[in-house]
Design a protein around this ligand. Sequence first.
Ligand SMILES: [Zn+2]
Length: 416
Amino acid sequence: MVGSAQRVVNDLRELAARTSNADGAQRLAWGPIWRDARAWLKGKVAEMGLEVVTDSAGNNWVTVPGASARTVIVGSHLDSVPNGGWLDGCLGVAAALEALRERAATPAPVTLKLVDWADEEGARFGRSLLGSSAAAGSLNLDDIRDLKDREGTRLVDALAENGVGIDTMLNAQRELKTIDARAYLELHIEQGPVLESMGKSTGVVLGTFGVERHMLRFTGQAAHSGSTPIPMRRDAFLAAAETALACREIGLRHSKPGAQVVCTVGVVNVEPKIVTAIPGVCEISLDQRALDADVLAAMLRDAREASERCANDNHVAVEWKRLWRIEPRPFNPPLIRLCEEAVHEETGDAPRLPSGPLHDAAEMVPHMPVVMMFAYSSHGLSHCKEEDTPRDHLERTIRAYLRLVEKTVAHVASLT
Ligand SMILES: [Zn+2]
């Protein structure tokens, strides 16, 4: 039956004690504490008589061969943000390790591989999902060649220190293609408040949100705050503020039960930024996210219309500039069903939710069937030392994940 959730929690405590300080986890990618976390993993794997193999992008792989080369991949990432939590990323690696432990004793009909992706967080050099995007082939080397961290260390040098060459890291794509991958299963903490608000231990993840991210620049006319009557103003800030409020309504209007979407204005810049001047220029950021591509496109259309209406009403002009976008990455329906079964059997319910944050799993979607499972996050907090999942919720979720691995192994073995 399912393995020891208790042992997974003990492993996580052990890793946290080894790689955290009073401020939280310090497993910053490509640094000495991250390397120590990987040395810890290597030790655990050696206890099972297995070894860690590193691909060209620095991702670590462990293989338990089965009767068939068809492969189920399990894993997540060991790296953390500075002052991070004890579960983000390493929960998925520790649970995957337990899945391998069971199969190292009784080999499966199919091959099982653990992956520890390198630099998921992008906390040091600003490029998230570095290792998994290299393996997926979606990494553009020109985007990362000149990256430096806060101390001025170049990414290329940090990579080299860890045996990764920037010009050969895309070979990881070829290496991934040699695997007959039939499923990728990632367990992660939710990092949000949804499961907690429902009082549920575990969630079935439907996919990762698509993102549309823009800067909107409103241009009116700066003028004296005392001498200009309100109806005669061209106040760029008011147009931006009305747009921000309209975007909240757009987010609420497009949200349905089980299919929430979000719109966020996170940056506001005004000019000339003087208490006695009407703002002549105002820039705001707008970040919109949805799981359904058509809904995301409709949200973007609605926001453009709202910005033009608000600009008109305030006699200012508005210009849009795209910062970044990624399409939604819906997960695989048969694996979602297996995940629902596993979560339902273990917890008596199977709430479904999308993932707002991106994960390495999103990079695997174009290449193989993927599903993720989420664990309850206390107070919805993550990327901080307060990050936690209550013990009973955590163990239940780990058991559900180990069930999912078993179900997926049986499912992949039955494929013809
Ligand atoms: Zn993570």
